[in-house]
Design a protein around this ligand. Sequence first.
Ligand SMILES: [Fe+2]
Length: 224
Amino acid sequence: MSTNLLAPHIHDASVGDPIQQRIAVIIDELMAQLPNPAQLTGEQRRGIIARYAAVLEGNFIYWMTATFLAVKSKDAHPMLLENLYEECRDSHPAMMRRFAIAAHAFPTDSDAFAVNENLTRMRLFLGRLQGVPSLVSMAFFESWIQRFMSFLAALAAAQGSSEMEYTDVHGVCDVVHSQELFRAVSIELASNPVSPETNIYEGVELLSVLIQNMIQGPAAEPAS
Ligand SMILES: [Fe+2]
């Protein structure tokens, strides 16, 4: 079982939660696919940061808002509102932009188009406003971000940047966010069960493809 690769505080909370355990395995697989930052060219490093910024800056708050609108259980709302409150109060989009600019990786139109198709799929999925699948995808994303930050910070440092507020903030606070989101998944599942044919991992699968697309660039876009 590869969940033992996780930090102990995450692993402890995931015991007995099959959704969290499955997501931990998916994240381990994504982490194992990451290139070695030392072997990337400057343009490859710039591209990864730029595509990440093209996805995150303008979309994360929208994703979380769509999830809030989709979730029916009032008891699950505070976790999502707390997340949105922090995103807006501390202006995480502004933090993201500062990070990208300082690393000389502000996204161009080519960077945005390189992830356009997979980003659109994710937007449309969340637009279907399905409580549990949306929540599962956000819980996955918050967990993944926390694991991804050291890689992103290493890329920015190699680009000559010392602006690390974005990676510092998201390497820490999203541990709490992701745990709260997994708790929200349990609450929503209990009060609004999904039908047997619902794939609660649909958004996780779409996000995994989008993440691979951000890392690998235009070549990673699937044909389908
Ligand atoms: Fe954020």
